[in-house]
Each structure stands twice: as structure tokens, then as C-alpha cells.
Design a protein around this ligand. Structure first.
Ligand code: GDP
Ligand code: ZN
Length: 368
């Protein structure tokens, strides 16, 4: 396999430069389970482990390799094993806050952010065009995708059971601006070809969405054949090495790379269709009782929020999740405004171009 098929780009080439020439090879993490890794590179697949130095120097869980990462490794071809020395900087990544309770012994209790998948180019945000359809949730997934550094694409699945697709698309367009939108039915195998443009050589995709929207169905359509193919190859290579392991990063025969990890499956966004005011009505009520109308709820005198927190009337975690959600919403608002601004600039650009062209035409006519 060629590294480019696996998603290798100039970005990583540059990052790898300083490691070049000491027997190091770039390998991509295709599976991770309890610090045991499977990696893929030019000459095949390897089982990998990090060095003691790596573990010692890791400051947080986010420093550990994740599926999708490119790492600097020393491969031992005969044993199909590799030692991982470093993780190359990530182009993009999805992470979650790891559980803090007790801490993981292997990281000496230094648990915090955990990377679920990295170096993703395209995020397919999958929604079902059925009862489960929610614009608010879609906004949250969009925000998460933008946050990750990857490009979002909206997939409206189950088009077969939707009667007003056009109206739904218009609704979605209003909140997503320039994000591409594709309506399809994975089950009826119609419209899937719209995804071909993302299934191109070296492009890494991941699917996001609530459970039941059809992610597995789509992935199976994309990989169905590939899974079978890899199994055949494995059986005939007769070396019998890890034949049953299931990859969480798969290269499609036609090009394109799909990441499907348990962590990404469970990746959830706040499902606040009711909006902030509904869910956090009590907090908004408290805020209205602060002495100053522009209270920032930090150290202002007469702050009702601070008082409620101190007295334990308002749960700190609940307040934190309110702040987090609010930040997310502001972020989304900004991203939306940015998108609108860019579109306006483009439209303006087109407009000026048109005027310039007209003026040029006029001038030419006058010269004639
Ligand atoms: P996941 O939880 O997102 O992986 O969703 P699944 O792929 O498991 O699909 C959930 C259910 O939706 C299954 O019963 C699928 O058969 C069904 N489903 C998936 N795609 C479609 C579709 O395009 N149309 C309809 N009507 N049902 C679908
Ligand atoms: Zn206040």
C-alpha cells in the first residue's frame, strides 16, 4: 500500500522531516485498544506499542496515539511489530473529556482530554429524515465538526420515508449556509453516489449522528465488499497473524478512508432541542436577580448566581454545562456569521467583477 492511499500528505511529510533517516517509518494507527495499537504503512500492518519514554513524557491522554494518527515508529518487519516513538501533529481531531474518577493507572491519573479519532478530512453528519429529525442537534454536530478542524457535510438519510424532502433541505440550508447537503436512502441504495466525491484517494471520513440514523447502513454500503475482500486476502496470506482483528480505519478499494471507532459511535452532542432557556430556565431566572443587569457572574457584588452556587442551591456541574453550552452556541453563532460574511464577500466580488466587465465592454465599444 502507498502512504498516500492511507492519507499521507505534505503536511505530515514536513512534520516527519526531523525524524527522517534513523530507521523511523511513518505508520498510521488503524486500531487502538487499551494502549495496544494496530498500524498500517507501506509494507503492511503491525502490532504496535509505545515506548516507556513516550508514556513517561505524556502529559495527558490526548498525547497518546489515537485511531487516525500518524506516528513515528520503528517497524520490525519479521515480527510485524512496531515501536511507537512519537505522534505527528494532528490536522484535525475529535475528543472527549475522559472520566476523571480515580484516574487511569497507566497515565498516572493524568486523565483529561481523550482523542477519539484524528486526521479526519470530511465529517458526514448523518440525520434521519424521520421523527428523529432535529435542527438543533444538527447545529451541535456542525459545531463539533467545525471545532475538530474537519469539513462537515450534512447527510439526510431515510429520504424514502420523507414526503417533503425539498422543504427539509431548505430548512437545513438556512442553518448550515455553505455546508453541502445530500439527501439519500442508504437502505434503498438511492443517492449514495453523492458521497463518491468524498471517497477519494487519501481522504479520511468519519460518520457522526445519533444512534438509529443509519450510520451502520451507510458504512456497510461503503465497505461491504471491502470487508469481504480483506478477509480473503488475510486467509490466503497464510501467516495467520491477527486474522480476526477488526480495523477501525479502513481504506476503500476505490480510494478514501473510513474511520469507525466505538468512541466516535458514542460521540454525542447535547440534544437541546428545547433551547437554553427551556433547559436552564432556573439559571436564567437567577441571572435576572443579580444586582447589575450586565453582571458577568464572576466577582460582582450582589450576584445571585454566585450566591446560589455558594449556598449549594445551584449545582456547580449544572452551571458548568450551561456555560459550556452557551460557549458552544456563541461559537456556532460566530461560525454562522463568518460563513455569511464570506458569502457576502464572494457575492460582492462577483458583483464588482460584473460591473468591471460591463465597464470594459463599454470602453471597448467606445474605442471601436
Ligand atoms: P446507526 O445506529 O446510525 O448505525 O443506524 P443503523 O444503520 O443501524 O440503522 C437504524 C435503522 O434504520 C435500521 O433499522 C435500518 O434498517 C434503518 N435505516 C437505515 N437507513 C435507512 C433508510 O435509508 N431508510 C429507511 N427507511 N430506514 C433506514
Ligand atoms: Zn451575577
Amino acid at each position: 500500500m502507498n502512504l498516500i492511499d492511507l492519507g499521507w500528505t505534505e503536511f505530515f511529510e514536513k512534520e516527519f522531516e526531523s525524524f527522517n533517516g534513523r530507521g523511523f517509518k511513518p505508520l498510521r494507527i488503524i486500531r487502538e485498544h487499551k494502549e495496544l495499537y494496530m498500524l498500517a504503512g507501506e509494507s503492511g500492518e503491525y502490532r504496535g506499542e509505545i515506548t516507556g519514554k513516550f508514556r513517561f513524557e505524556a502529559k495527558s491522554r490526548a498525547d497518546f496515539p489515537a485511531v487516525g494518527d500518524w506516528v513515528v515508529a520503528t517497524p520490525f518487519e519479521n515480527e510485524a511489530k512496531a515501536i511507537i516513538h512519537a505522534v505527528l501533529p494532528r490536522k484535525s481531531c475529535f475528543s472527549r473529556q475522559a472520566v476523571l474518577s480515580g484516574g487511569q493507572p497507566e497515565t498516572g491519573g493524568k486523565t483529561d482530554e481523550q482523542v477519539l479519532a484524528s486526521n479526519i478530512d470530511t465529517v458526514l453528519i448523518v440525520n434521519g429524515l424521520d421523527n428523529d429529525y432535529s435542527l438543533r442537534r444538527m447545529e451541535r454536530y456542525l459545531s463539533a465538526a467545525w471545532d475538530s478542524g474537519a469539513n462537515p457535510v450534512i447527510v439526510l438519510n431515510k429520504a424514502d420515508i420523507c414526503e417533503n424532502i425539498e422543504a427539509k433541505i431548505a430548512e437545513v440550508e438556512a442553518i448550515t449556509y455553505d455546508t453541502p447537503i445530500h439527501a439519500m436512502s442508504a437502505e434503498k441504495q438511492s443517492g449514495l453516489e453523492q458521497l463518491d466525491q468524498y471517497m477519494v484517494r487519501g481522504n479520511t471520513i468519519v460518520l457522526l449522528g445519533s444512534s438509529g440514523v443509519g450510520k451502520s447502513t451507510i458504512i456497510n454500503q461503503l465497505l461491504g465488499e471491502q470487508r469481504l475482500k480483506t478477509q480473503e486476502i488475510r486467509q490466503s496470506d497464510s501467516k495467520g497473524r491477527h486474522t480476526t482483528t477488526h480495523r477501525e480505519l479502513v481504506v476503500l478499494p476505490e480510494g478514501g478512508i473510513v474511520i469507525d471507532t466505538p468512541g466516535m459511535r458514542l460521540f454525542k452532542v447535547w440534544d437541546g432541542d428545547e433551547g437554553l432557556s427551556h433547559t436552564f430556565g432556573d439559571i436564567l431566572e437567577l441571572m435576572s436577580q443579580c444586582r447589575f443587569s450586565d453582571c458577568k457572574h464572576r466577582s460582582e457584588p450582589g450576584c445571585a448566581v454566585k450566591a446560589a452556587l455558594e449556598e449549594g442551591i445551584l449545582d456547580q456541574r449544572r452551571y458548568d454545562s450551561y456555560l459550556k453550552l452557551q460557549k458552544e452556541q456563541n461559537f456556532l453563532e460566530n461560525r454562522k456569521n463568518e460563513a455569511v460574511f464570506r458569502k457576502q464577500q464572494r457575492d460582492l466580488g462577483k458583483y464588482y467583477k460584473k460591473i468591471l466587465n460591463e465597464q470594459n465592454e463599454l470602453r471597448k465599444k467606445k474605442l471601436r
